[in-house]
Ligand binder design. Sequence first.
Ligand code: HEC
Length: 161
Amino acid sequence: MIRKILLVLLAALVVIQFIRPKKNKSDAPQTNYIGNYYAVPGDVQAILTKACNDCHSNNTRYPWYSNFQPVLWWLNKHIQDGKKELNFDEYKNKSLRYQYHKMEEVIDEVKEGKMPLNSYTWIHKDAKLTTEEKAAITSWAQSVMDKMKSQYPMDSLVRKK
Ligand code: HEC
């Protein structure tokens, strides 16, 4: 009996290797990328690349083990959910209020240590942000908000209470 169950499980494992979600990859120029509109200093870009963009951009660096299922499904779920909330490559595509609010969220999430996700820093040790890195990314997000405030009237950035 046990043998049969194991065989069925093994067969299922083989079959699911062929069911792969589309990877998050894009060769197209990312014209709505936040950095095309707001300056992203080198140190902040390095943080975004190593700690955020795998789930918040149109290009993920896939680890080798993502070639085994169900790993890719699991990663893909985070990527899809992350991109839905915030995609730095689609940033300029969104309303001003959205853009402004998402920078507030970046500050909150990083300060509270909620981003990057624990399951991510567990494997990507270098994505665990140091105090300096947290300061760099939050003050960058603040600078984007300040730039927006200087360009647009406040009621186009936040809904009136
Ligand atoms: C492993 C994938 C992953 C990584 C890496 C990651 N995020 Fe996220 N992020 C998510 C997911 C999934 C969500 C949506 C669900 C949630 O809030 O937990 C999210 C949500 C967010 C939100 C939206 C919160 C809101 O309510 O509007 C912000 C802002 C954010 N992440 C910023 C960042 C920043 C900044 C980094 C890098 C320092 C980062 N994330 C790294 C997966 C990730």
